[in-house]
Every structure is written in structure tokens, then in C-alpha cells.
Design a protein around this ligand. Structure first.
Ligand SMILES: [Zn+2]
Length: 133
């Protein structure tokens, strides 16, 4: 699955995400933001932040399973403070912090759901409701 290009997912973000750790997860995360009624500009900004984080995860050889609050804090405090990534990538701390907090929430729910499915033996139930936050 690849991230579709729409106004909410500009080409630059899609290219930035391609081949990175969160390339697939970003699609589900973006759809979750849409379901919650986030405005297209906000989704675009948050995805830009996720793309920057994903690029860093990949460069530092981390996996989706490694993502937690401490890792996000390290990214914000150490990497972003001295970032030399591509021009135009999202570096605004507030925006990055909000985007990554939402990403972590979404990943935690997805992980819980996957564990529950593994225990119950299948994907029979619907995806967790988006109206829980
Ligand atoms: Zn960077």
C-alpha cells in the first residue's frame, strides 16, 4: 500500500515517507485524522511531521515497535534541535509534538487491537471506533 496523493497528502510528504518505517502506518493514521474531523491543512501538517519522524526512524534503524514516548522525546529534544534533514521538512516543535502524540495514541490502539485479534483468533470485529477520544 502506498500513500495516495491528495490535498491532505501532498506529493512531497508522500515522497518523504516512501520506503520509511511508517510508510504504511501513515495511511491509516491519516484516515483516522479524517474520521476525527481534522481539517485538511492540519492533516497535511501532521503528516509532514510523521514523515520527518519516519525518516529519522529509518535512518537510525528503528522499528515501529520501538516507538514510545521516550523515543519521541529523544527525537524532539536531540534530533529536531540540531536537524539537518531536507529543506522544507516539518521542524516546528509544537506541531511535531502534537502529531507524534496522536500517532502514538493511534499506534497503541492498533497494537492492542492486533493483540486482541491474535488472542481471539481472527479479524472478525471491526476496527476500533474512532469516537473513543
Ligand atoms: Zn530532521
Amino acid at each position: 500500500m502506498s500513500l495516495r496523493v491528495t490535498p491532505k497528502r501532498p506529493r512531497r510528504t508522500r515522497e518523504w515517507l516512501r520506503g520509511t518505517v511508517l510508510a504504511i502506518a501513515a495511511e491509516g493514521f491519516s484516515e483516522q485524522l479524517e474520521r476525527h474531523g481534522y481539517r485538511p491543512e492540519v492533516i497535511s501538517n501532521y503528516l509532514g511531521g510523521v514523515a520527518h519522524f519516519s525518516h529519522w526512524l529509518t535512518r537510525t534503524r528503528r522499528r515501529v515497535e520501538d516507538i514510545d514516548e521516550a523515543l519521541i522525546k529523544g527525537f524532539l529534544d536531540r534530533h529536531v534541535a540540531a536537524c539537518h534533514c531536507a529543506t522544507g521538512c516539518t521542524r516546528r516543535r509544537l506541531e511535531l509534538r502534537l502529531a507524534l502524540a496522536l500517532l502514538l495514541q493511534w499506534l497503541d490502539r492498533s497494537r492492542s487491537f492486533a493483540r486482541e485479534c491474535a488472542r481471539s483468533g481472527g479479524w472478525k470485529r471491526s476496527w476500533p471506533s474512532s469516537n473513543t477520544t
